[in-house]
Every structure is written in C-alpha cells, then in structure tokens.
Design a protein around this ligand. Structure first.
Ligand SMILES: Nc1ncnc2c1ncn2[C@@H]1O[C@H](COP(=O)(O)OP(=O)(O)OP(=O)(O)O)[C@@H](O)[C@H]1O
Ligand SMILES: [Mg+2]
Length: 286
C-alpha cells in the first residue's frame, strides 16, 4: 500500500490525508497522555474502542440533525471524516462539578450544577489550553459571534441528547469537550460542523448507581482498568458483544472486523436514503 501523508500527529489520534480532496483519515492510537503531557502510557485496545464509540455517537448525532465530520468507518482504528478548518477552541459542557471546575472554584466533585455550563478553552497545549471568555474569542478573531452562537446552540443540543443516551445505559454525563470546524461549500458558503471525537477520552462518565468513573480520569487519577471501563461503555451502548472484543489486552480481530462491516452497511444504507447527500447545516454567507 502506498504510504499515506501524515498531516498531524496528535496525542490520541493521527490525521492522514484522505482518499479524496476534502477528506482526512483519523487513526485512533492507544496512547494515553495527560493534558500537561507529564504522564504517557500505551493502553492496548483504547484506540479501537474510542474509534467505535465515537463513530457510533457521531452517527447518532448526525441522525438527529447535528452536522458532523464523520463519513464512514474504515477499519478498527480508522475513520474517514470531512477535512475541516478546526476552530481553535475546546468547548466544554458541564453538568456536574469535576476536574478543573472543582479545582478552580473549590466546588466539591459530584455537585450537580445549578444549570449546565459552557466554558471555552483556547487550543494551545504550550499554554495548557487556558480558559477564555467570549470577548477574548471575538477580540482575537478565533470565532465570530454568529459562529459562536451556532457552536453554543449545537453544544446544548448535544448535551441534551448525550445526557439521555448515557442515562439510558446507566451512566451520568458529568461533562465533555467538543471541537468544531469550518467547512466551505462549493459557492464559498460556510458551515460549522462537529469534528474530532466523542469518547470516554473526552467525556466524564460515572456509573449512575456506584459513581464509578468510566472515563479517562481512570488514567489521570491512576485508578487502573481504563480499557475495561471503556469496553464496558461500548458494551452498554451495544457496540461490542457481551464479554467484549478484548481478551486479556488482545483484540479479537475477526469479531471486531465483523462489527465494522455492520457499521459500514448501516452507513451505506444511510447514504442510499440520502442523509449524507444533504449539506450539513444551514448555508450562510461568510
Ligand atoms: N475533521 C477534521 N479535520 C481536520 N482536523 C481535525 C478534524 N477532526 C479533528 N481534527 C484535529 O486532529 C487532531 C486530532 O488529534 P488529537 O486529538 O490526538 O490531537 P491532540 O493531541 O489533542 O492535539 P490538539 O491540541 O491539536 O488537539 C486535533 O488537532 C484535532 O483538532
Ligand atoms: Mg485531541
């Protein structure tokens, strides 16, 4: 196979040039790295599970009218997505206090917030992705008011939908991080679409009954059992059979490949119905 051009080598994913202009391939790695880069580990199976969970969630969001970059899953670790110009913001939606919110404001972890809160961080790893206000965003031109309004409206809808989806499988959606991108249409029109990934790497998920953490905090807080927890999330979503696709850290490749085929068949059917042919979101003048 011809060597593909690597466009970006991130902490959890690598982005390769796609087969057609306007597409890229997201490759999900097994690397777990903390935000400050101090801790790094390879957790076999994490990439496969995140790829599956993220493709599933993106597909569900697309079906309820949220335009996303997801096109189809290629194999256990790779998905084809639309290439976008990433808006350099991390959009964090919080329902329950945890992580940096608890640390910054001394709100006890687990406190249900009076209402969901959206925060923005500028994507700049060297600075530690600091929190910024809407005014910073507009003043420095990271996004304009119309773009931010669209981003916030989508984020609230995603929060409502995902909170329900996870509640249905016995998980609390504590908080999560989204990234959005700009997509330019044939006539120069601009669409804002959801990009990156939605997985236990960037959602905090707690078991409703036991409050057990089922997300990347297992790595951040040295709790162990991260891959098992992610697999449990995938299993509850019905994405892997009971007993899972991982056996002692080894992936049952045959079983996992079979699941990809099912997913691609669903994607093909969706395409036949024309869902993917529609432009994502409302066209808008730049
Ligand atoms: N559809 C897309 N088109 C182009 N770039 C994308 C798309 N979706 C996600 N990305 C970018 O690809 C990279 C994914 O890699 P990863 O999440 O591992 O990066 P990271 O280590 O978190 O670094 P970064 O600080 O750049 O997010 C991110 O930079 C993300 O913004
Ligand atoms: Mg990232």
């Amino acid at each position: 196979m011809a060597r593909r051009k690597m466009l970006h080598d991130g902490k959890a994913k690598t982005i390769f040039e796609g087969p057609e202009p306007g597409t890229v391939i997201q490759y999900f790695k097994d690397d777990a790295i903390t935000g400050n880069g101090k801790k790094h580990d390879i957790l076999p199976g994490k990439g496969v599970l995140n790829n599956r969970i993220s493709s599933y969630i993106m597909t569900r969001l697309e079906a309820m009218g949220i335009p996303t970059h997801f096109l189809k899953s290629i194999n256990m670790r790779e998905q084809l997505v639309r290439e976008v110009e990433i808006i350099p913001l991390e959009v964090v939606v919080r329902n329950i206090a945890a992580g940096s919110l608890s640390n910054r404001l001394h709100i006890k972890e687990g406190t249900v917030l009076p209402r969901p809160i959206i925060e923005f961080n500028i994507k700049n790893g060297e600075l530690g992705n600091p929190m910024v206000s809407e005014d910073h965003i507009f003043a420095f031109g990271w996004a304009d008011p119309m773009e931010l309004e669209e981003i916030m409206a989508m984020s609230w809808r995603i929060n409502d939908f995902l909170s329900g989806l996870f509640a249905g499988i016995g998980l609390k959606l504590v908080d999560f991080k989204l990234e959005f991108g700009r997509l330019y249409g044939e006539y120069g029109e601009l669409y804002i679409i959801l990009a990156d990934e939605i997985s236990p790497d960037n959602c905090r998920l707690w078991d409703i009954k036991t409050n057990e953490k089922m997300d990347k905090d297992r790595f951040r807080e040295d709790l162990g059992g991260l891959v098992e927890a992610y697999e449990q999330v995938a299993e509850r979503l019905g994405l892997v059979p009971k007993g899972g696709i991982l056996k002692g850290g080894n992936i049952n490749e045959q079983l996992a490949a079979g699941l990809e085929e099912i997913e691609n068949e669903l994607a093909r059917q969706r395409k036949l119905k024309g869902i993917n042919r529609n432009p994502p979101g409302k066209p808008r003048k730049i």
